[in-house]
Design a binder for this molecule. Structure first.
Ligand code: ZN
Length: 341
């Protein structure tokens, strides 16, 4: 199931007085999609010429006049049409849902997570996270009732500019329409094929196997299992698999609480690793399909530090070859994150 092999790159290094430096590169393939990645943990030692680590400005950056801050949110954010959401916005705890001003889906909302303009990622509370997720799910349910063709829902989070977020203020993205993304479509199709060939749900097999091996398994809380991905799409990647749930509409209140707690644990671990920027997304079956061959799943990856000038982790391999070069070893990620569960 877990296909990997290691090659070695060798060169004469000026740092070793031009002696031989041998660096192992591990090639791994995702057991479901077959997509390959390359892992070289030595790449964490790269000198990044465009990098400085002063984040002291982040808290105050763009605080003045921020659309998402409590004093402005009702005055400055757009509203959904009344027929979709009476009143135009949703509110739960500290979280507001309103339209994205520059959408890339037929229904594209934003859910703020906090009243505060900026928090360190270890400081999000479980209540803040759960309220934002609940608010997002409420939005998706209203959209689907309004437009039954909108069945592909994605709940995602880009945090801080290096992850693609244009606004510092913590916010979740909610997109929904009739099209699966490339990757969701691939996961759904391969899961269907796996079920046809083996008569079993791939995700259940994956979790059972990972739990047996133990190297990448992190924790199971309620109906959610957390593990470090065998062949990651990004650095320090952690995935969650929801047992017995194929789509976002099947989540129960307890699942949302467990999910919020799990995300909080992963973010605390990232903070301890010195990371503060991340992407998170869910891969959901269509919200009107309770599929046996698929399990709702989620991935979180860390992203570069959000300094004024920084070195991106998306180069030609990632952007143009669909192949990730990763600098974290999944087994080490699991060991670090496990302490926070
Ligand atoms: Zn703000």
């Amino acid at each position: 199931m877990f296909d990997r092999d290691t090659e070695e790159a060798c060169f004469l290094s000026p740092a070793e007085d031009f002696g031989k430096d041998r660096q192992p590169i591990q090639f791994r393939r995702d057991p479901l999609t077959g997509m390959g990645c390359r892992i070289n943990v030595k790449r964490t030692q790269r000198v990044k010429q465009a990098q400085h680590r002063d984040f002291s400005q982040l808290a105050g950056m763009a605080r003045e006049g921020c659309f998402f801050c409590p004093e402005n949110v009702e005055r400055m954010t757009p509203r959904f049409p009344e027929e979709l959401i009476p009143g135009g916005r949703l509110r739960r705890g500290e979280s507001w849902v309103f339209p994205n001003l520059f959408p890339f889906a037929r229904y594209h909302g934003v859910a703020t997570v906090t009243r505060e303009h900026h928090l360190d990622i270890k400081d999000f509370t479980r209540t803040q996270l759960a309220d934002a997720i609940h608010n997002g799910l409420d939005f998706f349910r209203r959209v689907h009732e309004f437009d039954g063709d909108a069945r592909y829902a994605i709940l995602s989070w880009n945090h801080l500019p290096a992850s693609g977020a244009s606004i510092i203020h913590p916010h979740i993205q909610l997109t929904m329409d009739g099209r699966a993304t490339n990757f969701t479509a691939l996961l759904l199709e391969r899961s269907r094929q796996y079920h046809e060939e083996h008569g079993r749900n791939y995700w259940e097999v994956l979790v059972r196997e990972e739990e047996r091996i133990g190297e990448r398994f992190i924790s199971r809380k309620g109906d959610i299992s957390w593990l470090a991905s065998f062949a990651p799409l990004g650095n320090s990647e952690v995935m969650a698999v929801f047992h017995g749930r194929a789509n976002l509409f099947q989540l129960r209140d307890g699942d949302v609480e467990d999910l919020a707690a799990g995300i909080r644990n992963v973010l605390s671990a990232y903070y301890a690793m010195g990371r503060n920027s991340f992407n998170l997304t869910v891969y959901s079956a269509p919200v009107d399909q309770a599929r046996e061959d698929y399990s709702l799943n989620l991935r979180i990856i860390s992203r570069p530090d959000p300094t004024g000038y920084y070195t991106s982790d998306i180069g030609f391999m990632e952007a143009l070859h669909h192949e990730r070069v990763v600098e974290s070893m999944p087994e080490a990620v699991a060991a670090s994150v496990r302490d926070y569960f």
